[in-house]
Design a protein around this ligand. Structure first.
Ligand code: MN
Length: 244
């Protein structure tokens, strides 16, 4: 199995080294990741300037750093390495739950895999204060990969780890009731207005969702699809506004 690994934290993140190490138990691993952090880049691609890459081995793993976005890395990686089976993205330093998926560069790399006809799995770890303890997460990560890599009916999965030793794995749905994005005003040393577009903690999430599972100490696994069509509203619009 050929496993292409990307992320949005950049090639020097401890999360991508951990993922490469554990994934190498399941197949041949190659890393193609951004040269600098691209968190919250979403599914942006670099269309107005050319891309280039440089070889940057991570331990014994073939790895390349790209002057582009997570989606660029997957496109370039799949272009240079034929017969990739699956793209793994992460492990992100920070969760990608609920509506955070819209902004996530980690998930975008997995989505880009699906756009290219490959399978994609995004992996993120909750960060409480310090960096996540990847040694604690490794056994669960191995379980998750063993489960997801062999099931070819799963094309796109968003995986999130809690910030403690996981109690187990849970299949979940995306929590969409709440949005954690918030603009917080401040000022620079000269008194000029500045704004942080940041995230606020969300409480009271619904059982069965990704956020609920991670809050309760489980690894959350959410199968996703790229089709954004609102079937209910499409049917309603067709009924209310029949077109010639
Ligand atoms: Mn990130």
């Amino acid at each position: 199995m050929r496993i292409l690994i990307a992320n949005d934290d950049g090639i020097y993140s401890p999360g991508i080294a951990t993922l490469a190490e554990v994934a190498s138990k399941f197949g041949e691993v190659r890393v193609v990741a951004p040269d600098v952090e691209q968190s919250s880049a979403g599914h942006a691609i670099t269309a107005l300037r050319p891309l280039s890459y440089k070889r940057t081995p991570i331990g014994n793993f073939e790895a390349y750093r790209v002057n582009g976005t997570p989606a660029d890395c997957v496109a370039l990686g799949a272009y240079h390495w034929e017969k990739v089976d699956v793209v793994l993205s992460g492990i992100n330093l920070g969760s990608n739950l609920g509506n955070a998926m819209w902004h996530s560069g980690t998930l975008a790399a997995a989505k880009q895999a699906v756009l290219l006809g490959l399978r994609g799995i995004a992996l993120s770890a909750t960060v409480a204060r310090d960096e996540p303890n990847f040694d604690i997460l490794k056994p669960s990560l191995e379980k998750v990969l063993a489960l997801l890599l062999q099931d070819r009916d799963l094309s796109l999965v968003n995986v999130n780890f809690p910030d403690e030793k996981p109690k187990g794995l849970r299949w979940t749905r995306q929590s969409v009731r709440h949005y954690d994005g918030k603009v917080v005003p401040g000022e620079d040393p000269l008194g000029r207005k500045l704004f942080w577009f940041t995230v606020i903690p969300i409480e009271g999430t619904e059982e069965g969702t990704d956020r609920w599972a991670v809050e309760h100490g489980y690894v959350s696994m959410t199968p996703l699809r790229l089709d954004l069509t609102n079937e209910k509203e499409l049917a309603g619009a067709q009924l209310r506004h029949p077109l010639d």
